[in-house]
Ligand binder design. Structure first.
Ligand SMILES: Cc1cc2nc3c(=O)[nH]c(=O)nc-3n(C[C@H](O)[C@H](O)[C@H](O)COP(=O)(O)OP(=O)(O)OC[C@H]3O[C@@H](n4cnc5c(N)ncnc54)[C@H](O)[C@@H]3O)c2cc1C
Length: 689
């Protein structure tokens, strides 16, 4: 494939579920014809320059470049968000040798990844995407949804700082349009409760988000912590006073986090004015990552104690993993040049793992010492800009890497259960029909999957200072591109979201008469509302609201499957399964989307709140009207609209969920070791539940 095709062609930006964006949505109507990008903006010189500038130490395109006999202390499967954090932390110890096997290609020189405005849309259905689709989803009128997953070693991972918690090998509580979200105190405490392991509590993970809480933690706590979050100035260096709380951030880390680097002034003024006009409904939140959402007046001690005040909602400035106007990803931080050059680290691209091999039994436990992978012939050529991904040529050459100490699966919520099942670890009732011999019957593999239902609403506006004014106008687009190329400033330095509101359902809602509250606690939100100055999906100027159901009912938080007469009867939520024994076939992805009344109810409430937000007096002279009437319709009609157009957040968790040590259900123990298997650990979003 020609990489120039990928950087030069502005594919239509789709209204897919979310991907951390109100945009999957956002800028929907680009096409090669209506947004002609000046070719000089993507000249080969530019791309080569990027390649040379970013060439990294021990990152290899071909297995032939690896010295040694493919034997390492640790073999990490997947160089995505979590995998690179783990590789970084392990190689701090010079006595450990580490190999990362990543199926994807390098991000280097890929402007679609580096430029924040392009965050999600340009990467979809390219060589950077696994190009998965779901099964027909009954909750959304049997639609088959694209399920974007990065096939990219630095990927879309805006959120490596989120992963930098819990002994540096943990996880993201959310999304990857670079939106940086830590979750609430109650979210983390729930993990501690359900796993019976206090190391997952807010107080215990908080120090790993950053290193600067010396006010409240003994300094020794941080001595062994490498820095994670690096709070950075926004690209436009605007005065950020009053837009975040410095006391809950660290400037010492390696993953850049910043506020928006370009000001959509009219929109921003209206948003802040709304918090003043409707303070009971949308109070201003100084810092969305303080652990408590109301911000103002809180002390650091309050935050550490987990004091929270969230009653109905709040609105604050979005924080994103962006630095110097560019995406800050796992690769740009945890695999930055100084780390990639560590002698004890090798990263191999185009290497797709098929299964775990060399099984043995010792001390009553199963163990694997080998990781089998295929490498496509690497046809990357810098002058021709030619890539062929390993997937296209999967099976051409097979190799086995050996792990002396541990194999670490970080292939993500889809990839990890897929590798497990093709290695014979999973539900024998799934593996048998697929033709894979069962090595370990572990029925929870690939079960308990959940993702967040998403809906986009937009309003046409009179003002023309919108993202649409850039994306729908070739001249402005090229000017903005030129500006970004020259100075890494301007409209390209932001993704579409400027503010985030966290909202709670009314506790007296009738829905709670027969449904339990799925939030982690009374101070945790049910809805995330992204606010963006653009995104109607048609020619014109728009503002939009992306609505996410944060705790879909399918998420059971460590459910116990009902087992009768030895057979499993109830599996809530979605699933990742396999239906062939070919590891290069795509897994079967069923999200169980919108199958519960509460999820539909929550989306309806989110739509109401978005309507309320854009009905504040300040918007009166600006809003022309909604692109679709979502107010003056019956509940049944609104439900039908939702089912016809809702998407998915692309925030899958739960497919290899953790459970208490000794539990017969779940996939990993709280230390993330796979139950019943020695020296096999899972470190990625699949363990969250
Ligand atoms: C479009 C999009 C937008 C998002 N927006 C946000 C956001 O704004 N904020 C946020 O917090 N989260 C967001 N998310 C979610 C976030 O990206 C994920 O939660 C996060 O990346 C999960 O990290 P992970 O390490 O578990 O998996 P991944 O980051 O997906 O890493 C898995 C890696 O393993 C590789 N792999 C898979 N199988 C194999 C195999 N067999 N062999 C070798 N390699 C393999 C993959 O190519 C990939 O590089 C978004 C996700 C998407 C898709």
């Amino acid at each position: 494939m020609n990489i120039l095709r990928d950087v030069r062609t502005p594919r239509a930006l789709k209204r897919h579920g979310g991907g951390g964006s109100p945009t999957g949505a956002g800028i929907t109507n680009w096409s090669p014809t209506d947004v002609p990008i000046a070719p000089q903006m993507f000249s080969p010189i530019l791309v080569v320059a990027a390649l040379v500038a970013s060439s990294l130490g021990n990152v290899y395109e071909s297995v032939a470049d690896l010295t040694g006999n493919l034997t390492y202390d640790f073999v990490i499967i997947g160089g995505g968000t979590a995998g690179l954090v783990v590789a970084n932390r392990l190689t701090e110890n010079p006595n450990f040798s580490v190999l990362v096997l990543e199926a994807g290609v390098s991000n280097i020189g890929v402007l679609d990844s580096a430029i924040p405005l392009f965050a999600v849309n340009f990467l979809e259905q390219t060589i950077y995407d696994w190009n998965y689709t779901t099964t027909p989803q009954s909750g959304v009128n049997n639609r088959v949804l694209d399920y974007l997953r990065g096939l990219f070693w630095t990927r879309f991972s805006g959120n490596s700082a989120n992963l930098a918690c819990w002994e540096d090998v943990a996880l993201t509580l959310g999304q990857d349009g670079m939106v940086y979200t830590r979750g609430t105190v109650e979210d983390w405490d729930r993990y501690a409760n359900v796993t019976h392991d206090p190391s997952w509590s807010w107080n215990n993970v908080l120090p790993y988000f950053f290193k600067a809480y010396i006010l409240s933690f003994p300094i020794d706590t941080f001595n062994d912590l490498s820095q994670n979050e690096k709070w950075s100035p926004p690209a436009d260096h605007h005065n950020t006073q009053g837009q975040f709380d410095p006391s809950v951030h660290s400037t010492l880390g390696i993953t850049s986090v910043s506020l928006g680097g370009f000001q959509w002034r009219t929109f921003n003024q209206h948003v802040i004015q709304t918090t003043k006009e409707l303070p009971d409904v949308f109070p201003f939140d100084l810092d969305m990552n303080s652990g408590q959402p109301l911000g103002v007046g809180m002390t650091v001690i309050d935050v550490i104690r987990g004091y929270q005040n969230l009653m109905f909602g709040n609105v604050g400035w979005v924080q994103s993993t962006i630095g110097d106007g560019m995406r800050s990803s796992s690769a740009t931080s945890y695999l930055a040049e100084n780390f990639a050059q560590r002698k004890n680290l090798d990263v191999l691209l185009h290497a797709q793992v098929s299964d775990l091999v060399a099984a043995s039994h010792a001390n009553g436990k199963l163990a694997f010492s080998g990781v089998r992978f295929s490498q496509g012939i690497d046809l990357f050529h810098p002058m021709l800009f030619l890539y062929i991904s390993s997937l296209e040529l999967a099976g051409t050459s097979q190799f086995t890497a050996k792990a002396r100490k541990e194999i670490i699966l970080s292939a993500g919520a889809v990839g990890t259960p897929n590798v497990l099942m093709h290695s014979g670890i999973g539900d024998r009732n799934i593996l048998g029909p697929a033709g894979v011999p069962t090595v370990l019957h572990l029925p929870s593999v690939g079960r308990n999957v959940s993702d967040q239902p998403f809906f986009l609403a937009s309003w046409s506006v009179k003002f023309n200072e919108t993202i649409d004014s850039v994306t729908q106008n070739a001249t402005r687009f090229n000017e903005a591109f030129a500006q970004w190329n020259k100075t890494h400033t301007g409209p390209f330095t932001n993704y579409l979201i400027t503010h985030v509101a966290w909202l709670r359902l009314d506790p007296d809602s009738s829905i709670f008469d027969n449904q339990t509250d799925p939030a982690a606690g009374p101070h945790s939100p049910h809805i995330e509302l992204f606010l963006a100055p653009g995104g109607g999906g048609e020619p014109g100027h728009f503002v939009s609201a992306g609505i996410y159901v944060l705790n879909p009912k399918s998420r059971k938080y460590l459910f116990k499957p009902t087992v009768r007469n030895g057979a499993t009867h109830v599996w809530p939520g979605g699933s990742i399964t396999i239906n062939t024994n070919n590891p290069f076939d795509p897994p079967v992805i069923d999200l169980g989307l919108l199958q519960n009344d509460l999820d539909i109810f929550t989306l309806r409430e989110g739509i109401k709140r978005a309507n309320q937000f854009y009905s504040a007096p300040t918007w009166q002279d600006s809003i022309i009207g909604p692109t679709q009437d979502l107010e003056n319709v019956t509940t049944a009609a609104l439900d039908e609209i939702i089912r016809n157009s809702a998407g998915v957040g692309l925030h899958m968790v739960g497919s290899a969920a953790m459970s208490p040590r000794g539990a017969t259900w779940g996939v990993v123990n709280p230390d993330l070791l796979v139950k019943g298997v020695d020296r096999l650990r899972i470190v990625d979003a699949s363990v969250l539940c």
